[in-house]
Design a protein around this ligand. Structure first.
Ligand code: ADP
Length: 447
């Protein structure tokens, strides 16, 4: 059994995990940098430990300090949240060596999914549909032969990739040599590794991802999908569950494929299998071996608390649900509220002079922000998430419109006006958008 959890994260996700621990009667330890001494997750935790100065590498990424904080407080488990150390296999191993439970998958599974080529191979072996592409790494001298076999347009991607870096499209044979060279040099600069591979380039896909949870002993369930196609610079902005593009049969089919794959893998904990979806076909792109930012929309339509499940599984208690008990009810949308200019997305740190969160049926606000809170400039700009649920997509959208009118955050710029714009857009109302829609919309509506 787990009796005290150290939350190795900050911001809204630290608060989110803390709430789950309290509901389960588990004691909590917050860790924080000197810049976050006033943060809400620090105030609400049973204990807190300052682990270093503001830069993440000296605090939230500092494994020694985090392990020391566990030893000092007697925490017997660590929840890593998302980002920071959540997909760091070494961290999982070090905790294990100290007899501290890592609330997440095994280090081996983190490693497999952390390498793009191994992940894709593993997915394919587990029966998950993947994007047609090269068989592993592609050298410049073989690029033309491989590209002809796949068929143009092709996408060159960095093996060590992340954040869309080291990715280049070649539309025809004439573009290929330069695309390969650019992708390799970008990959070298970003990841210290110039290895690249090749995939068929999909022109108008949606981003659809499946939420799974496994118990590590061969049981796993899926909790449906999320549509995260509305992105700018590969960053998700608005997410929906269910996807407006899928019917029940398609949902259950891809969900079952993912759940079966996770049973075979004996996967432990929560995970997300990400796909591009085009013309009725799913193409695996990657698996995230952690909780995702957008997990609350899945919780809204299933009523299942994913952090509770993570903690249950980590303490050996198994899953609380069987697949046949999981019922998908209604529709949910999440809007990511960033401290950013809503047009240029330039970060806007500063002090929140007024903060009023909306309420009412079907409304959830996950945020550590409050009136007088000073947003430190050192971390990512997500300050909150607005999650709205309705019995139908139409009801959900009507509710979101009402809620956006109520939400007040003054003193800084936020992405709230962007959602005011999207909620009144006909394509969004129709659920008719792909992964390029938002960038095109922003370009078309900028002066
Ligand atoms: P990263 O880890 O760098 O974020 P991903 O493989 O997750 O890389 O891809 C990031 C984004 O790039 C996807 O969400 C999609 O927008 C685009 N992308 C990736 N693979 C393809 C592909 N084969 N065709 C078209 N777009 C793609």
């Amino acid at each position: 059994m787990i009796s005290k959890i150290l939350i190795a994260n900050r911001g809204e996700i630290a608060l989110r995990v803390l709430r789950a621990c309290k509901e389960l009667g588990i004691a909590t330890v917050a860790v924080h940098s000197t810049a976050d001494a006033d943060a809400m997750h620090v105030r609400l935790a049973d204990e807190s430990v300052c682990i270093g100065p503001p830069p993440s590498r000296d605090s939230y990424l500092n494994i020694h300090q985090i392990v020391a904080a566990c030893e000092i407080t007697g925490a017997d488990a660590v929840h890593p949240g998302y980002g920071f150390l959540s997909e760091n296999a070494k961290f999982a191993e070090i905790l294990e060596a100290h007899d501290i439970t890592f609330i997440g998958p095994t280090a081996e599974h983190i490693r497999i999914m952390g390498d793009k080529i191994t992940a894709k191979k593993t997915a394919q072996e587990l029966g998950i549909p993947v994007v047609p592409g090269s068989d592993g790494e592609v050298k410049p001298e073989n690029a033309l032969e491989v590209a002809r076999k796949i068929g143009f347009p092709v996408l060159i991607k960095a093996t060590a990739g992340g954040g869309g870096r080291g990715m280049k499209v070649a539309r025809s044979e004439a573009d290929l040599e330069e695309a390969v060279a650019t992708a390799r040099s970008e990959a070298l600069a970003a990841f210290g590794n110039d290895a690249v591979y090749m995939e068929k380039y999909l022109g108008k896909p949606r981003h659809i991802e499946v939420q799974i949870v496994g118990d590590g002993a061969g049981n796993a369930v899926h909790l449906g999908e999320r549509d995260c196609s509305l992105q700018r610079r590969h960053q998700k902005v608005w997410e929906e569950a269910n996807s407006p593009a899928l019917n029940v049969d398609q949902r259950m089919k891809i969900g079952q494929i993912c759940a079966e794959a996770m049973k075979k893998l004996k996967y432990r904990g929560a995970g997300t299998i990400e796909f591009l979806y085009e013309n009725g076909e799913f193409y695996f792109i990657e698996m995230n071996t952690r909780l995702q930012v957008e997990h609350p929309i899945t919780e809204a339509i299933t009523g299942i608390d994913l952090v509770h499940e993570q903690i249950r599984v980590a303490s050996g208690g198994g899953l609380s649900v069987k697949q046949e008990d999981i019922v998908f009810s209604g529709h949910a949308i999440e809007c990511r509220i960033n401290a950013e200019d809503p047009r240029t997305f330039v970060p806007s740190p500063g002090t929140i002079t007024h903060f009023h969160a909306p309420g009412g049926l079907g409304v959830r606000v996950d945020s550590g922000a409050y009136q007088g809170y000073r947003i430190p400039p050192y971390y990512d700009s997500l300050i909150g998430k607005l999650i709205v649920h309705g019995r139908t997509r139409v009801e959900c959208m009507m509710r979101l419109r009402r809620v956006l009118d109520e939400f007040v955050i003054d003193g800084i710029k936020t992405t709230l006006p962007l959602f005011q714009d999207l909620i009144n857009n006909q394509d969004i109302a129709n659920g008719d958008y792909d992964i390029h829609w938002l960038e095109k919309h922003l370009a078309a509506t900028s002066e």
